[in-house]
Structure formats: structure tokens, C-alpha cells
Design a protein. Structure first.
Length: 456
């Protein structure tokens, strides 16, 4: 056979092969054809569908969770199914048999070319029953915070807890999309679908709060009551301090208020029962009256919170609504007036010495005008004063009231005698009637606010 015949035969063979291949690829996918990752080369549409359906049936997705935990969802659980919507036919129709040779030079990779479906009810049921949502296994995230240690008297930072709480609403569509795309695994962490702590151990707010708490507990606040003291130490302070959700350091005002209330209960003396030793040597118990100390609880609560926030050890006196002459336990001091109703006698004691000792006439008990017992204080003093009341107007040279209703000490020029039982039938309207010379001496040696003790 000559060269020309050989060349012609070769051409015929090539044409025959090309035609045969064209006929084959008219019904089969081109070389290198991939549909959604499936190798469909040399397969017919029906065979490609069989391949996909078989893979769908055996499909499962692995869910990677925190703490190296894993769980999976199978196609049967969500009723994953291939939807025959003609996309595969359209791909094949676009591959003309006679153009098969172009596949050798052009990519035949098709994406989003397969439609899959899940049953929504089955998916929802499977989703809600994932181990990731098991309440016995779920750990909520916890911000870092400061905790107090009494031994070291300091706050340390407790690191944050990440936990494993999934953002349910956010993760649900992501998982569904992954299944429909037949992804083999999904990592909840990488999809940013975990709830995480907002404040961590090195977050500026946490560090600053810890520093402030340690500053506060290192202070000591001492209340000065002269011969007694009360100390607000770290143990108390640590119970009053707390961090807000935004890690601002606050003081429990209600706890401070309770402390001040108890302080007032212990140290307030207005109206309290006093065990008093009379100038004449008798042991006397007297209660009631207006004299004494009274802490302004509202103001002192605010003051104490302010002092705590200064972070410095201080010695202070509480703010008072009412004050007495002495802050010692026996707050009457050593300058006072004593009136004994039983003995109808009055003493004036100044700086530890008796200046006046005199008989008096007190309120008429037969008419219900008895002088009230208790510990009071001189409200003010004046001279040349007229006492008025129902049916009377009496001029006095010296007037020292100690009860707002008009009860006080004054001279009584209309009386010729004092003491004894006069108060039982011809007593005053409640005042302490006193000889002029005695009340004059008291007047000249006493000032307002000094105590007046009235007892039986």
C-alpha cells in the first residue's frame, strides 16, 4: 500500500473514531465532568442520578463541638432527598456530542447543579434533639469575675468559662444549608455559633474592678464614740462590695444602711433607759426625754459609702441628727441639773461640783399636771418672762425651759415655801418652781443644750 492510501486510511479511522465518540458523548457526560463534586464523566444522566441518589442515601454530616465532642446527622433523620428538577438534563443538553473534544481543554466543573430537599418537620425535630442542646450537658458561658479570700484579704480574678451553649437560632440555618450542600462536617466553633463570655480575665474592665476591690478591702474605717469604737474592716467590706454585669464596683447601699441602723440602735441615747446615780447617792433608773445622741441614718449611710469609695483608712464620727454634751457611754457628762420628784429637790452639778442644792415644787399630780420624767436639755434661757396658760399669766425673772410644751425651771415669787408634799395638792402646771436665788445661780452658770434629769 502506497503512502497516499495509508494516509487516507488513517484519516478515515480518525473520522470514524471522532464520529463514534460524538455519538457516545451525545448521551454521556464529557471527559472531566463534575457535578457538585460528583465525577459524572462517561456516565449517562440516569447513571449520574443513580450515583447521586446512592450517595444521598448514605450521607451523614459530622458536627464538631467543643471539648472534642462530635455527633452526626444522617440523611434518613432529616429525610434528605434528591429533587429531579431537570438540572442534570440541562447540563447534558449543553454538552453537544460533536464538541466532546473541547472538554480536553475546558473545565467541565458544575456547581449548584443538584437540588436536594429535607423534610422541615424531620429537620426541626432532629435539630432540637441534638446533644448540643441537652440541658444536662449544656454549660453556660460565665464572665471572669473577682472573688474574695479572707485569709489573704484580697480579691483574685476567676477566669471566664466558655461553656458550650450554642446560638440556636444562628446555627440552625447554617446546619441546614450544610446538609443541603452535602458537606461532610461542620464545626460550630468555626461558624462562630457559640455563646462566649463577654468579659475575660484580661479584659480592661475586669482588671480595673479587681484593682478597685482590692483597694477598698485594704482600708479600715473606725467609728469614734469617745470611750468606744466600732470598726468597719475587710470582712464587713467584702460583703458590701459587688460587681455589676459591666464590672463596675458598687457598694450594697441597703447593707450599709442596715449596718448604720444597727450602729444607731447601739449608740443612740435619746429616750433610752439610763442607770443614773443621783447626786444624793441613790441609784436611779430613768428613761424617756429628748436629750442624747441620735445618728442621722440616711446621711451617715451616704457618708459611709462615700468614705468606702475613697479607699483610705480613716477614723471618723458619724453624722448626728441630735447631739449631747458627752459622747462617753454616760453621756450626761459632769454638768447637769437633777430634779428628784420624790424628794422635791433639785441639784445643779457643774464640772463635777455641786453649785446648787435646793427644795422645789414640781407639777401638781392631783390635777394631772405632774412634771414628766426623763432626760431633757435646756432649750434656751431668758429673763423677765411671762408664763401664760389657761387661766393664768405669771411673771418670772428667770426662765429655763427644757420641754417644748412649756415645762421648765423658773423662780416663783408667789410661793413662801418649797419641798415636802406641796406638789400633791398645790403644785405647778408642770414646771419646776424654784427659789429665786437658786434659779439665778443656775441661770448664770448654765447654757442651752445642757441636760436636765427628772426622776422619782
Amino acid at each position: 500500500m502506497d503512502k497516499k492510501k495509508k494516509a487516507g486510511l488513517a484519516v478515515l479511522i480518525i473520522i470514524a473514531l471522532y464520529v463514534a465518540a460524538s455519538i457516545f458523548f451525545q448521551y454521556h457526560y464529557f471527559i472531566g465532568t463534575k457535578v457538585n463534586g460528583y465525577s459524572c464523566a462517561f456516565r449517562s444522566v440516569s447513571k449520574a442520578k443513580e450515583l447521586i441518589k446512592k450517595d444521598v442515601k448514605s450521607y451523614k454530616i459530622t458536627i464538631k463541638e467543643r471539648d472534642k465532642k462530635k455527633e452526626s446527622v444522617s440523611s434518613s433523620q432529616v429525610k434528605l432527598a434528591f429533587k429531579d428538577d431537570g438540572k442534570l438534563e440541562n447540563i447534558k443538553a449543553g454538552q453537544k456530542g460533536y464538541a466532546w473534544i473541547t472538554a480536553l481543554f475546558q473545565s467541565q466543573n458544575y456547581k449548584d447543579a443538584i437540588t436536594l430537599t429535607v423534610d422541615n418537620d424531620a429537620f426541626n425535630d432532629t435539630y432540637k434533639n441534638l446533644n448540643a442542646f441537652n440541658k444536662d450537658m449544656v454549660i453556660a458561658p460565665v464572665d471572669a469575675y473577682s472573688t474574695y479570700d479572707a485569709v489573704s484579704n484580697s480579691y483574685s480574678i476567676v477566669p471566664e468559662v466558655y461553656g458550650n451553649t450554642v446560638k440556636r437560632k444562628q446555627f440552625k440555618p447554617i446546619l441546614k444549608e450544610a446538609i443541603l450542600n452535602m458537606e461532610r462536617s461542620i464545626d460550630i466553633e468555626k461558624k462562630d455559633c457559640y455563646k462566649n463570655p463577654v468579659y475575660k480575665k484580661d479584659t480592661a474592665e475586669v482588671v480595673a474592678a479587681n484593682k478597685t476591690l482590692n483597694k477598698y478591702v485594704r482600708e479600715t474605717i473606725t467609728y469614734d464614740f469617745d470611750d468606744r469604737t466600732e470598726e468597719v474592716n475587710a470582712k464587713k467590706l467584702s460583703k458590701w462590695l459587688y460587681e455589676t454585669d459591666k464590672h463596675e464596683v458598687k457598694v450594697h447601699s441597703e447593707m450599709v444602711a442596715k449596718y448604720i441602723k444597727n450602729l444607731a440602735k447601739k449608740y443612740d441615747t435619746v429616750g433610752v433607759k439610763r442607770h443614773f446615780k443621783s447626786i444624793c447617792g441613790n441609784d436611779v433608773e430613768v428613761s424617756g426625754g429628748t436629750y442624747g445622741w441620735k445618728i442621722d441614718q440616711e446621711a451617715e449611710t451616704a457618708n459611709l459609702i462615700k468614705v468606702i469609695k475613697q479607699g483610705k483608712s480613716v477614723k471618723r464620727k458619724p453624722e448626728y441628727a441630735h447631739r449631747a454634751k458627752s459622747r462617753k457611754k454616760f453621756d450626761i457628762g459632769n454638768t447637769y441639773v437633777e430634779v428628784s420628784l420624790g424628794e422635791q429637790h433639785m441639784w445643779f452639778y457643774k464640772n463635777g461640783k455641786t453649785l446648787v442644792s435646793t427644795d422645789v415644787v414640781t407639777g401638781d399630780i392631783s390635777k394631772g399636771h405632774g412634771t414628766p420624767t426623763g432626760v431633757y436639755y435646756i432649750l434656751y434661757k431668758t429673763t423677765d418672762y411671762t408664763l401664760t396658760g389657761q387661766g393664768y399669766a405669771s411673771h418670772v425673772d428667770y426662765w429655763l425651759p427644757f420641754i417644748q410644751i412649756g415645762v421648765g425651771i423658773h423662780d416663783s415669787s408667789w410661793r413662801g415655801s418649797y419641798g415636802g408634799g406641796i406638789f400633791t395638792y398645790d403644785g405647778s402646771h408642770g414646771c419646776v418652781n424654784t427659789p429665786r436665788s437658786a434659779v439665778q445661780k443656775i441661770y448664770n452658770n448654765i447654757e442651752s443644750t445642757y441636760p436636765v434629769v427628772v426622776h422619782w
